[in-house]
Write a protein that binds this ligand. Structure first.
Ligand code: ASP
Length: 584
């Protein structure tokens, strides 16, 4: 037997027991007469004590232990003379009688402590050592707990976890596929699933009624910060449901997670239409931890001789409460912020509503005190507040103001990662125009159903941009953590949708024929959604990066620096696959 106990479980009540522990040497301290070794495993740290007087050879052996040696120690649990209240085992130590080195270790390239001295790259290269550190380990433990809660919650409600294939057919819609060459079918390729979308719909046709899967998905997108080429979804689908049923079911799941993981009881989540979200917050995933709602002041702002306002489709701003005392320097920093290419505004107009009731603005030349008062009233500002205003084409300006709103929220400390603001965004547009390719794309995916009352608009190409979908996202703290839709289950409507997206009948049949065929054999009304599991974990932990919640993540260039993938393959492998590689 390697051990009788773990390094995290012994307490004063165990004093007098003879135990055997096994683990890694976190650190050893040689105090002359005594040597102490902190022994670590996944469960905690227990102090081993070696006494020079009573057992000199053993004590000398202990002194020779290096960091991260794997050892086994047997001894008696005793009460410590100097207790450590910081760790649960801090009241006891093991008076070691026998010590065995199970494996030696090279000195690790960084310290395996709560706070490591290793940089990101180094820790990723030796991720197995990084995972020994408690912050990373705790993240993985939390992820496991979340996964178990999800599984149990859904299983208790008759959802079956069903695995769907990883080697599937490539489809052109959505993101770019990762492809896998087929040796047995030279010149042909599988794709790795971007999501199990079509399979879960087929499972509904198959009568499985309620499906879920905690499943890996793959998207070959240009990596933006904190995107992973492979990530995990909690993927779900239900039959014979309306939007309300789906929202209730998965709001229930989210509430359950908040309760179990964070001890927070949420009532009903807020709901907002996509259109309102864009108008009030400039985003389809508004951060609702704070207000600072947009105030449209186009009417009040125009006609004062200020050309920029006069020529703009929209003049819109936010009120930063209590910020009228912002200095020139602070205002310049905000102007620089909105002018950054990532935000792209031409400039920023400010109006200070001073505590004494006077005004100071960057448009004083055009706006006298009365006019500024009218602006303040239109924006609901009070003395002491600062108004920040942008203008330009409506949608673009809203998106720019959204960036400024979030920036102000951060500056004012209104985005506490331990505070949670979940909401549903509903009624997304069905179609999205792409300037580059001059065509409409499905905003969600081609299987999403239009709202029944908007369905007729499919016959009028001029109105395609106005069609609303029965599609919804769940948003927490400004992050989209999940999304889904009511599906089209009618073949005629699905055909129409493919036509709208520019597919010929042949193209649609070649790409989606199996799904279309299945729909002719009695497809039930169905709907579903998928949560991004990595993101959900990071938000629940109040952390920024999803990488910290993935055991072996890729870096920002999509590389696994530990294993060195992607990598070239041998000529034999290429020949077998009949693939010619011509990389310059
Ligand atoms: N398959 C969708 C996605 O990956 C989610 C859904 O509609 O269920 O975003």
């Amino acid at each position: 037997m390697y051990r009788t106990n773990t390094c995290g479980e012994l307490r004063l009540a165990n004093a007098g027991q003879t135990v055997t522990l096994a683990g890694w040497v976190q650190r050893s301290r040689d105090l002359g007469g005594m040597t102490f070794v902190d022994l670590r495993d996944r469960y905690g740290i227990t102090q081993l004590a070696f006494n020079m007087e009573t057992n000199a050879p053993l004590c000398e052996q202990a002194r020779r232990l290096g960091r991260e040696f794997v050892v086994q120690a047997t001894g008696v649990v005793i009460e410590r003379s100097s207790k450590n209240s910081k760790i649960p085992t801090g009241e006891i130590e093991i008076e070691v009688a026998e010590l065995r080195v199970l494996n030696e270790a090279k000195t690790p390239p960084f310290t395996i402590e709560e706070q490591s001295d290793g940089g990101d790259d180094l820790r990723m290269r030796y991720r197995y050592l990084d995972i020994r550190r408690s912050p990373v380990r705790r993240n993985l433990e939390m992820r496991h707990r979340m996964a178990m809660l999800v599984r149990n919650y859904l299983s208790d409600r008759d959802f079956l976890e069903i695995e769907t294939p990883m080697l599937i057919k490539s489809t052109p819609e959505g993101a770019r596929d990762f492809v896998v060459p087929s040796r047995m079918n030279p010149g042909e390729f599988y794709a790795l699933p971007q999501s199990p979308q079509q399979y879960k719909q087929l499972l509904m046709v198959a009568g499985m009624d309620r499906y879920f899967q905690i499943v890996r998905c793959f998207r070959d997108e240009d990596l933006r910060a904190d995107r992973q080429p492979e990530f995990t979804q909690i993927d779900c689908e239900m039959s014979f449901v309306e939007q309300e049923d789906v929202l209730c079911m998965f709001e229930g799941l989210a509430r359950h997670l908040f309760k179990e993981m964070k001890g927070i009881d949420f009532g009903q989540f807020q709901r907002i239409t996509w259109h309102d979200a864009m108008r009030r917050f400039g985003s389809d995933k508004p951060d609702m931890r704070f207000g600072m709602e947009f105030k449209e002041i186009t009417d009040v702002a125009k006609g004062r001789g200020f050309g920029l306002f006069d020529s703009s489709e929209l003049v819109v701003g936010i009120v930063a409460e209590g910020c009228a005392d912002y200095t020139r320097k602070q205002l310049d920093a905000l102007t620089d912020f909105v002018k950054r290419p990532q935000v792209g505004a031409g400039g920023l107009v400010y109006v200070k509503y001073n505590a004494d009731g006077t005004f100071k603005s960057s448009v004083d030349k055009f706006f006298d005190a009365d006019a500024l008062k009218a602006v303040a009233d239109a924006m609901g500002a009070k003395p002491g507040d600062l108004m920040l205003i942008l203008c330009g084409p409506a949608m673009k300006t809203r998106v720019q103001l959204c960036a400024l709103r979030l920036e102000m929220g951060s500056r004012l400390g209104l985005r506490d990662p331990q505070q949670f603001a979940p909401l549903w965004v509903v009624d997304f547009p069905l179609l999205e125009w792409d300037d580059e390719t001059q065509r409409f794309y499905a905003m969600h995916h081609p299987f999403t159903a239009p709202k029944p009352e908007d369905e007729a608009l499919l016959d009028d190409p001029a109105r395609w941009g106005d069609i609303r979908a029965n599609a919804y996202d769940i948003v927490i703290n400004g992050c989209e953590v999940g999304g889904g839709s009511i599906r089209i289950h009618d073949r005629t409507l699905q055909n129409k949708m493919f036509h709208t997206l520019g597919f010929t009948d042949e193209q649609a049949a070649a790409q989606f024929g199996f799904l279309m065929d299945a729909f002719t054999y009695g497809a039930p009304p169905h709907a579903g959604l998928a949560f991004g599991f990595d993101r959900l974990c990071s938000i629940f932990a109040g952390a920024d990066s999803i990488r910290d919640f993935i055991a072996f993540p890729k870096n920002n260039a999509g590389r696994d620096v530990m294993s060195g993938s992607p990598s070239p393959i041998s000529q034999e492998q290429l020949d077998e696959l009949q693939i010619k590689v011509d990389v310059k």
